[in-house]
Design a protein around this ligand. Structure first.
Ligand code: PRX
Length: 661
């Protein structure tokens, strides 16, 4: 790192609006063909054979895309394959048996390395055990595990026997676990005793047990012993110890089940406009091909790399870019259990140094925290192994982008700002690091083969320089196929806005991701954020309705409105405006009950930054809550027009209460 003072760096970088990838990168990049977007457009949809070619198929597919029944598109129809065989067996057979597949570090500092050979053995043993427990093809297995190797092992074991997994983020509450298990009618749960967070052993099993009490059917449970003597736990009648199961089935050989390309690989619940989480369904062929292709083209992953996506596998980023994409390509993928500031704020950089990490992928919220902590932490470590950096999850402002570029990448690593969603399965809008100029703050052009278009309220493409709504006008292999057991909601949520839903012509069907965006003059897309009632806290997607119903569930609360307010590190934070029932007092105890209500229903990630008790909510004459106004108050912004309010005086009242807190 140079000794250039921060002030000069800021001044110099602040001027610069675009950055070209260095030749040291482009000379070795996986994708260097500057015409790749044109050639994909000309050959669409056959262009996606390039993605399918990265996989090993049991049966070759007959058709690349079947679009005869939009929006229920099918990709690689007629083909069959197994995801675990693609992530494991073929690498073992092709001479990579002894290459590290997963390098894991626990928060206390212990490490584990699984070679492809080791990983295959344990996946087979656990797959055999799951079968013995009664898991059959198409049974949904819920995985409620933190960042320990048993999580990807369980995912791949499920994939091996054709049982879709539904991973529930370990930070989610017992109630959230129960809701998801009930919705998926999932009769199997893999969980653990606990895990480490900032030096403390957290009891996870207690939460899982509490969740199970809310499940309306019988469940077989497997418990991983992560903490050993640190936390004793007891197994009930329908619970099994993971270690014992793997020992009993050691050496088992489990033939990977050949799955149809369109068979479900997994379900992932995510937040939407209503209080009910949505079960996003991803399939075996299209999803795996798409995550492998984007890992190769955008993250430039090579088999000999040590690659690190510092996300949690409980979210889609971890599914696609810690587990499936990287393992399909046969690289070494890193996992870290703990937080970035434990025991010190250089923990991630220490991991980069000691593991010679080549590619690092994280979220803007983390970058903003690193910035706040200061450059002295990355400076303590040798980060020269890094070749490429990535970000995902929320818009990154140019200042954070430039900090990342300078202090982590030493001005020598391209940055890919990747826009995508749980529903898209993989990246959709981003620069290709071997080809494209980068512009801080703008994600970039759509990927080859992706028709991402910014439109106005009528669905017409906007002129360059204008803002509108992001849409995707053609299907892509990684797309969700439906919402679990709810085709109607699938159409309502993603298609109705801009499609002619009576038409069976795919041209009339347009996917709406519910993000606002600006089309830059050069065709780059700057994503502005959600336009629905979803807020993005530290890159985690939360539905305001879910939080509101948790608050209204607290006794004494009459009404609640939850909005996102801007926050330095989290991007957005939860602000809860709460009206109490008559006779209830806005006390500290009530404040705590509201916070506990939210944590109990969803988890600490949804914890309100502030609870503001108010006698009324600002409403329009037609009775609609003016959320925009509540957002302005939360963010400390100048207030928009209040003239349409039925009760304008309440705004001042609310403002005075916020400033009191
Ligand atoms: O608003 C967009 C934002 O995150 C949302 C998707 O959230 P989720 O399904 O949880 O997936 C997150 C990880 C893929 C999007 O609708 N988002 C994601 N990436 C970006 C982004 N906003 C701006 N820039 C990005 N690079």
């Amino acid at each position: 790192m140079s000794d250039e003072p921060e002030v000069e760096l800021e001044a110099r970088l602040a001027e610069q609006e675009s950055f070209d990838p260095p030749s040291s990168f482009t000379d070795q990049a996986n994708v260097t063909d500057a015409d790749v977007r044109e050639s994909f457009a000309e050959e669409w949809p056959e262009c996606w054979e390039a993605a399918a070619d990265l996989l090993t198929w049991d049966e070759p597919y007959a058709t690349v895309l079947d679009d005869s029944n939009p929006p229920f598109y099918e990709w690689f129809t007629g083909g069959s394959l197994n995801a675990s065989a693609n992530c494991l067996d073929r690498h073992v057979e092709n001479g990579s048996k002894n290459r590290a597949a997963i390098k894991w570090e626990g928060e206390p500092g212990e490490t584990r390395t699984y070679t492809y050979g080791d990983l295959l053995n344990e996946v087979e043993a656990f797959a055999a055990a799951l079968r013995d427990l009664g898991v059959e093809e198409d049974d949904v297995v819920t995985l409620y595990l933190p960042m320990i190797p048993e999580l990807p092992i369980a995912m791949l074991a499920c994939a091996r026997i054709g049982a879709p997994h539904s991973v529930v983020f370990a930070g989610f509450s017992a109630d959230a676990l129960a809701t998801r298990m009930n919705a998926a009618e999932s009769e199997y749960l893999v969980t653990c005793d606990g895990y480490y967070r900032r030096g403390d052993a957290l009891n996870h099993k207690e939460k899982a047990d509490k969740g199970l009490r809310g499940v309306d059917h019988d469940v077989e449970t497997v418990v991983v012993d992560r903490l050993g003597d640190e936390l004793k736990h007891f197994l009930g009648a329908s619970a099994h110890d993971y270690g014992d199961l793997v020992d009993e089935h050691a050496g088992a050989s489990v033939e990977p089940v050949s799955r149809d390309a369109e068979d479900m690989l997994f379900l992932m619940y995510t937040s939407g406009t209503t209080g009910e989480p949505k079960g996003v369904k991803h399939t075996t062929g299209g999803y795996l091909a798409y995550t492998a292709w984007t890992s190769r083209a955008v993250l430039d992953v090579k088999p000999e790399d040590t690659y690190w996506c510092a996300a949690d596998i409980g979210w889609i980023t971890g599914h696609s870019y810690i587990v499936y994409g990287p393992l399909a390509l046969g690289t070494t993928t890193m996992m870290y259990e703990g937080t970035p500031d434990y025991p010190e704020r250089d923990r991630l950089w220490e991991l980069v140094e000691t593991n010679d990490v080549d590619v690092f992928y994280t979220a803007p919220t983390a970058i903003r925290a690193f910035m706040k902590w200061g450059s002295e932490y990355p400076e303590r470590r040798d980060l020269s192994s890094l070749r490429l950096l990535g970000t995902v999850g929320e818009p990154i402002n140019p200042r954070a982008w430039k900090w990342y570029y300078k202090h982590i990448g030493d001005e020598g690593c391209p940055i890919v700002d990747t826009w995508w969603q749980t529903e898209t399965g993989g990246m959709m809008v981003t620069t290709l690091p071997g080809i494209d100029t980068m512009k801080p703050g703008s994600a970039g052009p759509p990927l080859p083969g992706i028709d991402a278009t910014v439109v106005d309220t009528d669905g017409e493409p906007v002129e360059p320089g204008n803002a509108g709504y992001l849409t995707v006008q053609q299907p892509w292999p990684g797309m969700l196929r439906t919402l679990y057991n709810n085709d109607e909601r699938f159409i309502d949520e993603y298609w109705r806005e801009y499609s002619d839903t009576d038409s069976d012509d795919p041209e009339d069907w347009v996917y709406f991701p519910e993000d606002g965006a600006k089309l830059d003059d050069d065709g780059y897309i700057t994503v502005l954020g959600r336009v629905d009632d979803v807020i993005n806290v530290s890159g985690h997607r939360l539905g305001t309705m879910e939080i509101e119903s948790a608050i209204v569930g607290v006794s004494g609360v009459a009404e609640a409105a939850v909005v996102g307010g801007t926050h330095d590190v989290k991007g957005e934070a939860v602000y809860a405006y709460v009206i109490l029932e008559d006779g209830q007092e806005a006390s500290d105890a009530m404040y705590d009950r509201v916070v506990e209500g939210v944590e109990g229903a969803i988890g600490p990630i949804a914890r309100p930054e502030e609870v503001i008790f108010t006698p009324e909510l600002p409403k329009t004459r037609s009775g609609k809550i003016m959320r925009r106004l509540l957002e302005d108050v939360a963010s400390g912004d100048e207030l928009g027009d209040t003239s349409t309010l039925r009760n304008p005086a309440v705004v001042e009242e609310i403002q005075s209460r916020v400033s009191e807190e």
